[in-house]
Design a protein around this ligand. Structure first.
Ligand SMILES: C[S@@+](CC[C@H](N)C(=O)[O-])C[C@H]1O[C@@H](n2cnc3c(N)ncnc32)[C@H](O)[C@@H]1O
Length: 270
């Protein structure tokens, strides 16, 4: 991860930037910000036209965007692991009042700030880890946790923190591997039942010790059943699954006896 200085930090959104600035073309300025993971369309110039997943994440957004209201006037949005800002930009363009994107990588944050400024959008981008999300004040109508879960060594710890920020809906996306079947399982099994663990549909999370897809930050990759079980276990109700890796949820049982699951677990009283 880059630790380069942050030239656009704290600057307010600007009027849309035209094709030329300081004698450098928009394409040159995009290239100077390093390799992009998000393929954004900045006035006709694409930031990652040769992405290995195609027109990413626009291909993901097509079904997901249909499950989110077109008009987000007045809504607040927290985009965790915002990367180059694609989803923050989409939410702002639907009229969200406040959009805050957080990420741990300065390169991506600089790209996101540049993109928002170029498009004349007032979006806040801040360096902040998902593990500190619970320190951000207030709650948000929409919290996006997309493409981050499997990059974490402590995924449920993070999810239980993120839930504290959700006033409305959580849009959750993760890579999944293994079975994509969802079945209803018993509430309990005898100690000697080892069969369930041989069933590929049983909730399971694969641990990657070294690297997957040339990325050593891929740690835990769940199957579908495990994702849904973990979301429910963190007190979320699954409302929709607009595409195979994305779930839209609402916190319904994220507190017990008036306390969040995270706090009860950390003090040993869950
Ligand atoms: C695979 S990208 C997903 C980007 C975007 N959310 C999407 O779905 O297209 C993962 C992003 O999570 C960020 N990230 C990794 N660890 C993080 C952490 N602990 N807190 C916040 N962001 C993190 C990375 O810097 C990267 O931008």
């Amino acid at each position: 991860m880059s630790s380069t200085a942050d030239p656009l930090a704290g600057k307010p959104a600007l009027a849309p930037i035209g094709a030329e600035s300081d004698g450098r073309s928009l394409a040159q300025r995009i290239a100077e910000l390093g390799e992009w993971f998000h393929n954004l369309d900045l006035h006709g110039v694409h930031t990652a036209p040769r992405h290995f997943l195609g027109d990413f994440p626009n291909i993901k957004w097509q079904p997901i965007g249909k499950a989110i209201p077109q008009d987000l006037t007045g809504a607040t949005v927290l985009d965790i692991g915002c990367n180059g800002g694609f989803y923050s930009i989409q939410m702002k363009q639907r009229g969200a009042r406040r959009v805050l994107g957080i990420d741990v990588d300065d390169r991506y944050l600089n790209q996101a700030r540049f993109a928002a400024n170029t498009l004349g959008l007032d979006i806040e981008f801040k360096k902040c880890s998902v593990y500190s999300a619970d320190e951000i004040s207030g709650q948000f109508d929409y919290v996006l946790l997309m493409g981050v879960f499997y990059h974490l060594r402590y995924p449920l710890f993070a999810l239980d923190k993120v839930i504290k920020k959700v006033a409305g809906k959580l849009v959750f996306q993760t890579m999944i591997r293994g079975s994509e079947e969802a079945r209803i399982w018993e509430d309990d099994y005898p100690f000697w039942n080892k069969e369930i663990f041989r069933d590929p549909d049983f909730p399971a999370v694969y641990f990657i010790e070294k690297s997957y897809s040339h990325d050593y930050t891929n740690w835990w990759i769940p199957n579908r059943a495990a994702v849904e079980a973990m979301l429910r276990s963190s007190g979320l109700e699954i409302l929709e699954r607009p595409e195979s890796e994305t779930w839209i949820c609402e916190p319904r049982r994220s507190t017990q006896r008036g306390r969040y699951i995270l706090d009860l677990e950390l003090e040993g009283t869950l």
